[in-house]
Design a protein around this ligand. Structure first.
Ligand SMILES: C[S@@+](CC[C@H](N)C(=O)[O-])C[C@H]1O[C@@H](n2cnc3c(N)ncnc32)[C@H](O)[C@@H]1O
Length: 254
């Protein structure tokens, strides 16, 4: 495994290249916070030396916190090598390089040994696989009694405003409600240890970080529509964000 930057980006991320460029250097690539990560961690029963992976870790906001808190190695898997470069640098400046293991790869096919993990963490990334599919693929990697803590975009409102419904039909057509997601998890054999909605502050802290990235790209023709799209997403959240959000789900494999 390659241990130093530059880490490779997976070929299937080519379509995301402008977004990766806009997000380069961001400490967080989706809604979340240290407080929410720690709240979810407090719901996880873990052995003394858990084997931990953070799937779709991005630049590692949660990876760094888990490594610091648990003081065990955290395998940090992402398809975006530039985000792993940022994670490596953050781990280096925090003295955590001995615990953070950047792993360029595909979380749909991580290539890890079955039942080799005690804890799978994933914030804002299972969306790329879909809730049911993510749970199915990752379940086999956990040992019996292993725990998965993950956030996913979720409907809070069963009858959301039409513009929110239209936007999310494009971004995440299979997005479920909390009840639907919990039912899918339980039917797949997971025990639900807890779940909670991320506060809207977690969204605005993330959106403020994103907005601070716009300035150098405002005159770049190739980035105009991407930036307009990001602004529209924030505006949608401002107007209709009570109808959807991220939920942290903490699940245990029997
Ligand atoms: C919304 S971001 C969240 C990143 C990070 N967990 C955070 O909260 O800051 C989703 C992440 O999933 C990664 N990703 C998307 N598809 C992936 C795949 N198939 N395999 C691995 N990572 C993937 C993206 O590169 C991105 O870093």
């Amino acid at each position: 495994m390659k241990l130093h930057p530059p880490f490779p980006t997976q070929p299937f991320m080519a379509a995301w290249e402008p977004l990766l460029r806009l997000f380069k250097g961001l400490s967080r690539k989706g809604p979340g916070s240290e407080a929410s990560t720690l709240r979810a961690l407090s719901l996880c029963p873990l052995p003394a030396q858990p084997r931990v992976a953070d799937f779709g870790c991005g630049s590692g906001a949660s990876t760094l916190l888990l490594a610091r808190r648990l003081q065990v190695p955290v395998l940090a898997l992402d398809a975006d090598g530039t985000a792993l470069d940022d994670l490596w640098e953050s781990a280096r400046t925090r003295g955590l390089l001995h615990l953070v293991k950047p792993c360029p790869g595909d979380m749909a096919n991580p290539g890890l040994t079955p039942e080799s993990l005690d804890l799978i963490w994933s914030e804002g990334a299972v969306t790329h696989l879909g809730w049911a599919e993510g749970l199915r693929i990752w379940q086999g990697l956990l040992c019996s009694g292993g725990v998965m803590a993950l956030t996913d975009a979720t409907w809070f409102d069963t009858d959301p405003p039409e513009e929110a419904r239209r936007a999310w039909a494009e971004w995440y057509p299979t997005m479920g409600t909390e009840a639907e997601n919990l039912q899918v998890a339980q039917e797949a054999g997971w025990k639900v240890l807890g779940h909670f909605r991320l506060p809207s502050r977690d969204w605005w802290d993330y959106y403020n970080l994103v907005a601070a990235q716009f300035q150098p790209f405002e005159t770049d023709e190739s980035m105009v529509s991407l930036i307009e799209g990001q602004k529209a997403e924030m505006d949608l959240y401002r107007r209709t964000g009570s109808s959807y959000g991220y939920v942290f789900y903490v699940l245990q494999k029997p």
